[in-house]
Ligand binder design. Structure first.
Ligand SMILES: Cc1cc2nc3c(=O)[nH]c(=O)nc-3n(C[C@H](O)[C@H](O)[C@H](O)COP(=O)(O)OP(=O)(O)OC[C@H]3O[C@@H](n4cnc5c(N)ncnc54)[C@H](O)[C@@H]3O)c2cc1C
Length: 445
């Protein structure tokens, strides 16, 4: 029998890779992991975590205004970006330390370098060459920068957490969740934000009613939107950048590209090992996350199934249990809840109204369009919108969509009901918890 240096070599110590490594280690496998940037990956180092902390930090702008209506007298208020930035980055450092500890405590050998597959059982990592029985590719994705003259003058979400100072004017290119989240954050921090999109809408995969509501609220707050813009290039100016379009150029101090993320497959040696890609230039895998090569698997964003942290984690966990723990299971990619931490946030699970009409034919739609109690007293004219989409034939709730304060917190629990295929009658039989916003979910008739 051939003896390899490791039972498992994981490439990429992000959400999926770290989970797989520690579970496989726990099952007794001899595991190594390579990380070329920082252990923790996108979510912890430059994604979900620092982003959410900035969302919290920026929301104080409105909270402090509203506080006066609740009787609070406030002294002069001021905001210091460096304090927020450094505290957020310190929290990222703390979490990075915890991830290192987790790998250590599961006896996972860490290589802090870029890894390239040389053949199905050999990996080059930094200056070392190691052999391994199995390989897991968990290299994630990276921000897409368009192939345009001057595109390099823009930054991406990788750099945005490290800004020396806040810009006065910011152009965010894109219309997805990352674009809308940073639009909300920077607008609250006093930056003039223009969201510029090639298409004619935002958040294409979300229910139309929620998208319209977010657009309306964002515009009322003062965020500008430019749709159907043909990006031609970017120029540097004395004060910042100029975005060349088919029409009037757009000027700002800073440009943030948020136009999508692409699987990290470059320099991985996929050709050497014969690992096949799918049409989306992601690693093609089966339901068990196995590639076309028998001893190589891939999980997370690099497979471009659903680019979310909990999905990468689950895929990594299922792989490790199945291959090293003698507990085979697969990830169900249906009915995955998701959120946009815009201001206000959006959260959604299951079919949108349009998807349900296409798929099921007859659907019933229940909506609640209301001004949260807190907004009423604050004099803030912002309405929330909740929507339940029900299969008319079975009465099963097939989709739930919300925009409003705390929508993601509420939707996580609601997703259990939708995943469990509960009927609208079951919602109706549930007594309201009063006074809450969430009670609207059981009061829609
Ligand atoms: C701004 C932003 C906000 C986000 N917000 C959310 C959110 O709110 N909720 C959510 O669920 N998801 C969110 N995401 C997405 C989430 O971060 C990813 O889905 C998740 O991190 C994917 O995990 P992964 O294990 O596939 O890859 P990653 O976590 O990206 O880890 C991959 C790791 O592999 C390393 N690597 C790559 N190539 C090599 C190589 N050849 N050798 C060695 N190391 C390598 C990379 O440096 C990286 O650390 C956000 C992403 C961004 C960018």
């Amino acid at each position: 029998m051939t003896t390899y240096d490791h039972d498992l070599f994981v490439i990429g110590a992000g959400s999926g890779g770290v989970r797989a490594a520690r579970i496989a280690g726990g099952h007794g496998a001899r595991v190594a992991i390579a990380e070329e940037h920082r252990v923790g990956g996108t979510c912890v180092i430059r994604g979900c975590v620092p982003k959410k902390l900035l969302v919290y930090g920026s929301h104080f702008a409105e909270d402090l205004v509203d506080a006066r209506r609740f009787g609070w007298t406030l002294g002069d208020k001021g905001f210091d970006w460096a304090t927020l930035r450094d505290n957020v980055l310190a929290e990222v450092d703390r979490l990075n330390g915890i991830y290192h500890t987790t790998l250590d405590s599961h006896s996972v050998t860490l290589f802090g370098a870029h890894a390239t597959i040389l053949d199905a059982h050999t990996v080059r990592v930094g200056d070392a060459t190691v052999t391994t029985d199995k390989i897991l590719i968990a290299t994630g994705a990276r921000p897409l920068v368009p192939d345009l003259p001057g595109a390099e003058y823009g930054i991406t979400s990788n750099e945005v957490f490290h800004l020396d100072h806040l810009p006065k004017k910011l152009i965010i290119a894109g219309g997805g969740y990352i674009a809308n989240e940073f639009a909300g954050v920077f607008h609250e921090l006093g930056v003039h934000v223009t969201l510029v999109n090639r298409g004619d809408t935002i958040l294409r995969q979300y229910d139309q009613a929620l998208r319209d509501r977010l657009l309306q609220i964002s515009m009322t707050k003062g965020i500008k939107f430019e749709f159907n813009v043909d990006f031609k290039g970017v120029e540097q100016t004395n004060t910042g950048i100029r975005v060349l379009t088919g029409g009037e150029p757009l000027e700002a101090d800073l440009l943030l590209w948020a136009i999508g993320r692409r699987p990290n497959i470059e320099g991985l040696g996929l050709d050497a090992a014969g690992v096949a890609l799918n049409d989306a230039h992601a690693i093609a895998v089966d339901a068990d996350s196995r590639t076309n090569i028998d001893n190589i698997w891939a999980v997370g964003d690099v497979t471009d199934r659903v680019q979310l942290t909990p999905v990468a984690i689950r895929e990594g966990h299922a792989f490790a249990d199945s291959i090293f723990g003698n507990k085979p299971w697969t990830v169900d990619h249906g009915c995955i809840p998701s959120a946009v931490f815009s201001n206000p946030p959006i959260a959604s699970v299951g079919l949108t109204e349009a998807e349900a009409r296409n798929k099921l034919g007859t659907v019933k739609v229940f909506t609640s369009d209301f001004r949260p109690m807190r907004n009423v007293l604050a004099g803030r004219n912002e309405r929330s919108l909740y929507k339940l989409v029900v299969d008319a034939a079975t009465d099963v709730v097939v989709g739930a969509h919300m925009i409003g304060p705390d929508a993601p917190e509420i939707l996580q629990a609601l997703a259990i009901a939708v995943k469990a295929k509960l009927t609208k009658a079951a919602f109706d039989e549930t007594v309201a918890l009063h006074p809450t916003m969430a009670e609207e979910l059981v009061l829609m008739r």
